[in-house]
Design a protein around this ligand. Sequence first.
Ligand code: RUB
Length: 320
Amino acid sequence: EEIMTCATVEQLGEAIRSMQIRGSGAIGICGAYGLYLAAYVSDGDPEVVKEAGVLLKRTRPTAVNLMKTVDEMIASIKGTGQVLINKMEDKTVEIVERQLAFEYELGKHGAALIEDGDTVMTHCHSGALGGAGYGGRALSVIRTAHEQGKNIHVITCETRPYLQGARITAYELKKFGIPHTLITDNMSGFCMSTGRVDKVVVGSDRVSANGDLANKVGTYMHALAAKEHGIPFYTATSSHTIDFETPRGADIEVEMRDSSEVTHLKGIAIAPEGTNALYPSFDITPNQLISGIITEKGVITAPFSTNLTKVNAQGNKVSQ
Ligand code: RUB
């Protein structure tokens, strides 16, 4: 395991932009640490902290946790110098602890949906703190079910071009001792149509107010196949990933990444020079394909707009 050090907010921003730090939960946490770092390196200058927020928010547009965490940190700015540094440190610790608690709670709610003997398919890597916490969102559900003694098997979907499902999810499943099988992005239809999948659990980068889901590109395709085969499809998220300000999935900005990330693999061309390529980093799964949204408060089911509003009214007005 390599350790990366970011001594400046610019370095942190670059690490997020270049996918060295990725996943909605992990980059959300970086929003908090980044502003604490800005306070620290500037000896507690509130203007530098605010500028750091602008820089970090620009790195990746789809995952809402980053925006909310930065806003929450900025809203808590108080004083200057050591007072501000301490404030940013305390707020960062609060945000990280809250996220870990959410992961743990949503894991329990999600695990109740998993039955003994199930094969659960997941996509990309949904580990809020890169596996340093309880295992992230989808992985928290899977890990909790496994620890409850349920005999489960996981199909982890690789996700080109960054191969998060292979590099990270398979690594974490191995670490947790959870039996698993790796597939590439294009094999889920085969697996579902041949009875190899009982449930699908994916993470989420943003859920709009009507329950539409933005998650790693390919998610929509899995949801369509799951619907066709009557396989329950869940997203494991938390209330701070639900964006009540965004009415529908179509209103979510989908990050378009550089086409060279598709035409090249680690700098080596895998397509003829000049090939035009497209790389939407996420896609939108409409709420009617989603069986349930697993949160730290419980599992939200259709009609999503009504139930999400209820979650909102119950004091969960998203604050992160
Ligand atoms: C990762 C991705 C993950 C979500 C949820 O995208 O789409 O499924 O972020 O993850 P990328 P988590 O690798 O492009 O950031 O539950 O860890 O927040």
